[in-house]
Design a protein around this ligand. Structure first.
Ligand code: GTR
Length: 421
């Protein structure tokens, strides 16, 4: 095993140092893989200019991910209404502005309702704003008693104060450890979040959330190339962006979309599909996020599609145990974010998310950045733990488990302030 692993790593180094865009190696299961070449089009054209990337390759890759992986959004829907429920200039002991905004989406005589919570720094206007979903309701990110409680469906979790699929007062602040709001505000950044279940409850059922708003005739689920939940959540981030463009308290050209785990996959797809996001951060996003699918390390396509049959489009199931037949791999998803800054982060004990696969995808996305005269990821080998590599493509591997911690946030704040102009 050890020898196989070192051989594999040697191979990776050779690949990266010689700037070969495809990787071929033997992994621990002694299977080999070749990732599709980022810069060769489906008609075999060499993509060596920004113009060819933007006219040919980028649209081609985007539509492959839409049709085969995440699923396309089956129509248009602009925000039907927004209500600013409150604005408090004395939040967090007078250090921040808190805003809570209701976003209404109506179509097909149906409505969904999403609540956006923001904490913004005071006396400054041109600050970076992190936008990302939370897993269990806005009021779980802080003990602030003024944060409204979502009424959307949520998976039961008695330890978190969630019973009968309803959020309660007992869950307030329960995820504060993942949301160092004061640290973010003190650094002069803002944060905006929504509960992902407001857009689409995370269960294998397409009769709730946003999907039914788009059904035609007697449809009860999306077509095989139409959106699963990740695509719906990503679309929800774009709807939040629609609102943010009208909010005078923020600069919409400095919105960084971020997310942890399944919500990291979501953030990457949101940034790929919506060029208004200035940058993207993927924290431990793993399979279907930043990790290369063809490595089949940790969570595989078959495993994710069986545990979470609603996350991707139905077409993605064709690739269960057949990753080599995928027309894309996840380095191409990352490349769709170029030339905007991208941060990929892993954790040493998070083997399910395949840290090496996340690192390699970031490295293999770099040729798209290089077309724009940017360096991409400035590391040819996996850095040591807790040793971030900053640049237009940034990367770190934190010591520890699958989580988002204040260590991760320190790096994201640095990225927001130093890399995003
Ligand atoms: C896991 C799943 C991962 C990751 C994670 C999370 O169960 O296998 O793909 O998304 O959940 O979102 O916490």
């Amino acid at each position: 095993m050890r020898i196989a692993s070192s051989l594999c790593w040697l191979f990776i180094l050779l690949q990266l140092t010689s700037h070969i865009a495809s990787a071929q190696m033997t992994n621990q299961r002694t299977e080999s893989y070749v990732v599709p070449d980022l810069l060769i089009s489906q008609r075999n054209r060499k993509i060596n200019t920004v113009k060819k990337w933007e006219k040919i390759r980028r649209p081609e890759l985007l539509s492959l991910f839409q049709n085969e992986v995440y699923g396309k959004v089956p129509g248009n829907l602009t925000l039907s209404d927004t209500i600013v429920w409150e604005r408090d200039d004395q939040a967090l002991n007078g250090t921040a502005i808190r805003k809570q905004i209701g976003l209404f989406l109506r179509k097909n005589e149906q409505e969904i309702y999403v609540e956006l919570l923001m904490f913004l720094p005071k006396n400054t206007s041109n600050f970076p704003l992190f936008l990302g979903y939370n897993f269990m309701g806005n009021h779980t990110i802080s003990y602030d008693p003024n944060i409204r409680i979502s009424e959307s469906w949520v998976a039961d979790n008695p330890a978190m104060g969630i019973i009968h699929n309803q959020l309660t007062e007992q869950s307030r602040g329960k995820r504060e450890n993942r949301w160092p709001i004061q640290q973010i505000i003190d650094a002069g950044c803002g944060i905006a979040t929504m509960y992902y279940g407001d857009i689409d409850p995370d269960r294998p059922n397409f009769s709730d959330g946003v999907h039914p708003l788009f059904y035609k005739n007697n449809e009860t689920e999306p077509a095989h190339d139409e959106w699963g939940s990740i695509s719906a959540w990503a679309w929800g981030l774009s709807k939040a962006m629609d609102y943010l463009q009208s909010d005078k308290d923020i600069n919409p050209s400095k919105v960084i979309v971020f997310g942890h785990s399944r919500l990291g996959k979501t953030a990457l797809w949101a940034a790929a599909t919506d060029l208004r996001f200035a940058a993207a951060i993927s924290n431990d996003s793993g399979c279907g996020g930043a990790a290369l699918s063809r490595r089949r390390m940790g969570e595989t396509v078959a495993k994710i599609n069986s545990s979470f049959p609603h996350w991707f489009c139905q077409n993605f199931k064709k690739y269960n145990n057949r990753e080599n037949t995928l027309p894309v791999d996840q380095h191409m998803l990352l490349a769709l974010i170029a030339p905007r800054p991208l941060y990929v982060a892993s954790a040493t004990e998070d083997l399910w998310a395949d840290p090496e696969g996340e690192f390699l995808a970031a490295a293999l996305a770099s040729p798209a950045y290089q077309l724009y005269g940017l360096s991409g990821l400035a590391a040819h080998q996996m850095p040591q733990e807790n040793t971030p590599v900053f640049g237009n493509v940034s990367y770190h591997i934190r010591k520890g488990k699958h989580d988002i911690t204040s260590y991760d946030w320190e790096q994201y704040i640095h990225f927001a302030k130093e890399i995003i102009k």
